[in-house]
Design a protein. Structure first.
Length: 303
């Protein structure tokens, strides 16, 4: 009986934490997906050429209309923007400076202990996230011809993110109502490879592969703060991935925006335009079958 009780308490604690971090993980996925679609260094550029690249974007994800009584609900939207300056030092080597920012708002829900009882539904309300990233790096052309270019790029980055949410659960024995926030500032890197296949001066196909990860693995666990109005069993449980030995009260949550992604842009160099045709960002964690929709436009100006 003692072993059964310990296992029950362990599983209850695991479920309770999983029930309060689902929105945080979805926000981390959204911010990672946005960083997986940055402006790319210029293709087919000559020595001394400089270019400013601007990329506005809008994005959203929702299963409200198609969830078919699924108690897991995701519904968020936001906007993002990026600005890059790229300068070719030689025909093969260039440097770039990149700034990106995004803002997201949404509502999320998750089933609680008793899925069929609406009193146990956990609500993540007023979810808000802002993120700013600054990078400086280089691009290098391994192969470069008039109608084909294979280019590598790499940049260390600094990312500052704020995530806030309100957790509410009307559990009749242990109700919850508290605000939760985290404000990570982390060092990351971004690296990738892109191809330029020029079909004409009006049309370039631009497939790419990009990865990003944290400089330090310890940054995956970030401290959070809570402002408690109603004391239940959710507010003070640490993320299992961030336990310090047997201590479950570390007040840390796993927030990881690392990614690897394939994408495809369609470029019109003569007009300084670029359109995204495909970006593989994957399904939103916890909300199986739901993906983020993103639309953006690239504008470039020679200087």
């Amino acid at each position: 009986m003692k072993i059964t009780l310990i296992c029950y308490l362990f599983l209850l604690g695991f479920h309770a934490f999983a029930a309060k971090d689902f929105a945080i993980k979805a926000v981390a996925h959204a911010n990672g997906a946005l960083m997986a679609n940055p402006p790319m260094p210029s293709l087919f550029s000559k020595k001394g050429k400089g270019e400013i690249i601007i990329r506005p974007a809008i994005f959203s994800a929702s299963n409200v209309e198609s969830r078919d009584h699924d108690p897991k609900i995701v519904d968020y939207s936001g906007a993002a923007g990026a600005l890059m300056y790229n300068k070719q030092l030689t025909n093969q080597l260039g440097v770039f400076f990149l700034g990106m920012g995004s803002q997201l708002n949404g509502e999320f829900t998750s089933p609680g202990e008793v899925v069929s009882d609406p009193r146990y539904i956990i609500y993540a309300n007023n979810v808000n996230s802002t993120s700013i990233q600054a990078s400086a790096g280089f691009n290098f052309s391994l192969l470069k011809f008039d109608y084909f270019e294979l280019q590598l790029f790499f940049a260390p980055s600094l990312t500052k993110t704020t995530v806030e949410q309100t957790i509410v659960q009307n559990d009749p024995t242990s109700p919850d109502d508290f605000d939760m926030s985290l404000n990570p500032v982390v060092a990351t890197y971004v690296a990738g490879v892109q191809l330029g296949i020029k079909l004409s001066k009006y049309f370039v196909i631009n497939p790419y592969f990009i990865i990003s990860d944290l400089m330090s693995g310890t940054d995956r666990c970030q401290s959070y703060e809570t402002t408690v109005r109603v004391h239940g069993n959710l507010f003070d449980l640490g993320d299992q991935d961030c336990y310090d030995g047997q201590n479950s009260s570390t007040s840390k949550i796993k927030y990881d925006t690392s990614f690897s992604a394939f994408g495809l842009n369609l470029l019109i160099p003569a007009w300084g335009l670029g359109l995204n045709a495909m970006a593989e960002t994957g399904e939103i964690p916890f909300f199986g079958g739901v993906s983020m929709n993103m639309y953006y436009l690239t504008l470039s100006f020679e200087i």
